[in-house]
Design a protein around this ligand. Sequence first.
Ligand SMILES: NC(=O)c1ccc[n+]([C@@H]2O[C@H](COP(=O)([O-])OP(=O)(O)OC[C@H]3O[C@@H](n4cnc5c(N)ncnc54)[C@H](OP(=O)(O)O)[C@@H]3O)[C@@H](O)[C@H]2O)c1
Length: 300
Amino acid sequence: MHVFLTGGTGFIGRNLVEALLRRGDRCTVISRSGTDLWKRPEVEVIRHDPKLKGPWQRTVNGCDVVVNLAGERIVEPPLRWTAARKTRIRASRIATTNRLVDAILEAEQPPRLLLSGSAIGYYGPRGDQAVDESAPPGTDFLARLAAEWEEAARPACTKTRVALLRTGLVLGRDSPFLASLVPLFKLGLGGPWGDGKQWLSWIHIEDVVGIILFVIDRQLDGAFNLTAPNPVTVEQFARTLGKALGRPAILRAPSLLLRLALGEAADALLNLQRVLPARALEAGYQFRYPQLDGALSSSI
Ligand SMILES: NC(=O)c1ccc[n+]([C@@H]2O[C@H](COP(=O)([O-])OP(=O)(O)OC[C@H]3O[C@@H](n4cnc5c(N)ncnc54)[C@H](OP(=O)(O)O)[C@@H]3O)[C@@H](O)[C@H]2O)c1
């Protein structure tokens, strides 16, 4: 199988490419830097910005599957969402998806599946309510971003099946989320944030890759929540991470402090949701890491 990827150089993309190579698949990755992480003939890296039109779009023709993961990080220094930053966050996803969909629509031999990125922020803040893929989108910035990202992918469905990856917080070695938390916890400065009662829907990287391959192999489509079946509260998450590191996790970062420090970007830490992977479970996917303690032990 020949897979074309945007965002193939990122945390999820790298792990997916490695898994595809282990199965004997071939990959073409478009990257702004052109970094060739693999240096193997089975991976072709095209140096181009996927937001921009270019000859790269013709390479989508004849690929079996397209995976669209490109997107500027939502929580990364400088943390505040200025208007310019929001524009970059949005364009990195929507313009990339538009160019990719154009490429699919123009292909004589379109792929049989487009897996396109999204996030559980799609659902907006939900308190204690558990949501599956049938829930409608929320209205805050992250929810509108995810909904628009999904909408941008949908026109491809006249030529191919479209699966949408509503991804939760991804754990695993090299997880950007853990990379920012673990050093604080190791110093004994970790603990819950906000009131600690928000639900945090996490997933291990092996299950992200596992579900993507499952969707490809079973020829599925539609929206999939990429989250483990057992979300936890932020309080439970902090306690479990502290225990895994053998450090106390008692310091609390109150919502007000986060709002003052981060402005609207604090939404990414405070406006969380309790998301269940109903469709993956119904289709028979078996999670390798259904529980947080096991997922964290293999991540730190
Ligand atoms: N990791 C998570 O916990 C998580 C959770 C929910 C949703 N997601 C979504 O899943 C996708 C992949 O996540 P990840 O953790 O693998 O992300 P990542 O490590 O930050 O990688 C993002 C990729 O997007 C490309 N990119 C970044 N900024 C870009 C820009 N301005 N224009 C065009 N391309 C750009 C980069 O490629 P080059 O630099 O090579 O061009 C990189 O390969 C992201 O879109 C993210 O929003 C991730």
